[in-house]
Write a protein that binds this ligand. Sequence first.
Ligand SMILES: Nc1ncnc2c1ncn2[C@@H]1O[C@H](COP(=O)(O)OP(=O)(O)OP(=O)(O)O)[C@@H](O)[C@H]1O
Ligand SMILES: [Mg+2]
Length: 241
Amino acid sequence: MLSVENVTVRRGRAQVLNDVSLTLAPGKTLAVVGESGAGKSTLIAAILDLVRVAAGQITWAGAPVRRCSPALVMQEPRRAFNPHLSLRRSVMEPLEAQGHVIDTSHLTTLCAGLEIALDLLDRRPTEVSIGQAQRVGILRALIAAPPLVLFDEPLSALDAVTQKHTARLIADLQREAGFAALIVTHDLGYAAAYADDIAVLRAGQVQERTPAARFVTAPQTDYGRTLRDAAFALGALERVA
Ligand SMILES: Nc1ncnc2c1ncn2[C@@H]1O[C@H](COP(=O)(O)OP(=O)(O)OP(=O)(O)O)[C@@H](O)[C@H]1O
Ligand SMILES: [Mg+2]
């Protein structure tokens, strides 16, 4: 279980996370939504130990999160890779550095699940589409079978068709691999369709945490309702799972 307890993070003089508490059980999906600047990426950085936590604590199964080797999928897939390396090197190098041995059949199975042709991995990040690069980003995240995967806007760089396809692939892989997913997204339609729970972050504070299906019909806070209504106005909300 990921446990974020009373976490405060300051950046400069601003308090960008203010007494944030959240939990995420193994295998479950928590979507974190909220407007730009709410602190969503900062929450991910805090979980990954990339920013200093001024107060509170963050653990996985009672131990520091880094011990479970959590993985991150970033928003801009092509920029997430070293432009000078083949995608294969970018996927394999961090693993080799940690002394992991990945058997080829595991790589092949994951690539099949992500609909990545194996020879695509011989290209550099600028030589593939953004959708392909994001699938390789997900491959890199999942290859060492982490129990916890953090997604920071994993679909926002993709076109609508590719978004749907990639969302489905992530959900299918999660069902097979059983990782817990914390997904930061602006896209309430995505959150409502795929997450178990939705946490609403505003100005560094958690406003509410609501089962995704219920959030669509009955957000618990005025701000939650505002977000929900804005998504309805765009015709985005549709519960598919
Ligand atoms: N390195 C930094 N130094 C100072 N302030 C920062 C830094 N990174 C983020 N901030 C500030 O922290 C606040 C939260 O930023 P954060 O990136 O977590 O928001 P976000 O919810 O991810 O927004 P977005 O949806 O636009 O990605 C913002 O006010 C931002 O300006
Ligand atoms: Mg962000």
